[in-house]
Write a protein that binds this ligand. Structure first.
Ligand code: FE
Length: 370
């Protein structure tokens, strides 16, 4: 099934000041979309599919968003969206596991229009479980690079998160560091700190290594990491970076926004970011993103929200408020992120993390990575 914004996604703003020519364009688009295999979502309610429907009652619409993202980041964005479009948003926040279980249990009766969550592994899982549907939107395919969205367009990356090396400059010099793979070298014995392998972030990182090196070599790398651990694995990235700053570990792997929060509190923190794999594959990146739910009661408005979140005014917030990187190349990053310098990103399609997730989990288990 394919939901096409151009055909069924008309809302008030799309049709403001619509003239006869534009009406004809819409009709032509509808025919083209039909020929392209677009269909209305198979759901319990008929989505708005004509300009007149959309133009007469847009303000009455309320969409429901299931979100595992930080409410303090998302709610102000949603408020702004409502202000600009008249579409109200009911935000329901929980962890991604319970939200996906809820979507599954609710099935066709789910009130949710949109799933907003972090990590391509989670978004891939949602699409595999049939919880999402494809959105055909030229705005989304223009704004979001192809490697940061589902090849089948069931989910879209809305911010980029970099997972790279963090080191204590008193213990480990930047000139000694190079790659994720190098952290398996015995020279790092007793100096490396890692977060638990149970976290999807590390599963995605190992999935990337499997894609690049195959399972046998990746297992050797992960075994090397385990052999080099300074202490037990950490429950979260913040505790890991604090341990690095305290000198318990020389180097570790963390998402940069966690570092950013700690650096903001203590600009003199004894920890620095090092951009990994700059001479080879690039820094491991992941996304936070959104998918239109399979049975969305309001697919047009929900798709409009995804498009809005991919546009520049919303993209700014990801960098300024949440210390993530924008997906929209034209948006500048905040001064704090700018100070960390530019870096080469690994161009792998993040959907691979989902595809290789099971293999990654099994491999980490075999390697003794707890
Ligand atoms: Fe996180």
């Amino acid at each position: 099934m394919r939901y096409c914004r151009i055909l069924f996604g008309a809302t008030e703003s799309d049709f403001t000041g619509m003239n006869q020519i534009f009406k004809m364009t819409v009709v032509t688009s509808a025919v083209l979309a039909f020929l392209a295999g677009c269909s209305k979502p198979a759901d319990k309610q008929t989505p708005p599919d004509t300009a007149s429907t959309a133009a007469t009652s847009p303000a009455a619409k309320t969409i429901v968003v299931y979100s595992s993202r930080n409410e303090q980041l998302i709610q102000p964005l949603l408020n702004q969206f409502t202000q600009e479009t008249g579409i109200k948003v009911n935000l329901i926040t929980d962890k991604e596991g319970p939200l996906m279980a809820r979507l599954k249990a609710e099935g066709q009766n789910s009130p949710a229009d949109l799933l907003l969550t972090v990590d391509a592994g989670n978004l891939w899982q949602a699409s595999q479980e049939g919880l999402l549907q494809e959105v055909g939107s030229s705005i989304l395919t223009q704004n979001i690079p192809a490697n940061l969205r589902d090849p089948a367009n069931q989910w879209f990356g809305l911010s980029v998160r970099a997972r790279t090396l963090v080191h204590n400059p008193d213990l480990v010099k930047a000139s000694e560091l190079s790659t994720y793979e190098d952290l398996a070298d015995p020279k790092w014995k007793g100096k490396l700190c890692l977060r638990s392998s149970k976290k999807v972030y590390n599963q995605s990182l190992v999935a990337m290594l499997i894609d690049h090196h195959g399972e046998a070599k990746t297992e050797q790398i992960v075994k090397g990491w385990v052999a080099n651990l300074a202490t037990d694995v950490f429950a979260d990235d913040t505790k890991l970076i604090e341990a690095i700053a305290a000198g318990q570990c020389g180097v570790g792997i963390a998402n940069t926004y966690y570092y950013g929060r700690l650096e903001e509190k203590d600009p003199a923190i004894k920890a620095k970011i090092f951009w990994a794999n700059q001479a080879s594959t690039g820094v491991h990146i992941n996304v936070s993103g959104a998918g239109l739910t399979r049975y969305a009661p309001n697919p047009a408005e929900a798709a409009q929200l995804i498009e809005w979140l991919s546009s520049d005014h919303a993209q700014n917030a990801y960098s300024n408020e949440d210390k993530e990187y924008p997906v929209l190349a034209s948006v500048a990053v905040s001064p704090q992120l700018k100070a960390w310098g530019d870096f080469k990103q690994d161009p792998i399609n993040v959907a691979k993390y989902g595809e290789l997730q099971t293999a990654a989990v099994k491999l980490m288990d075999r390697a003794g990575y707890k």
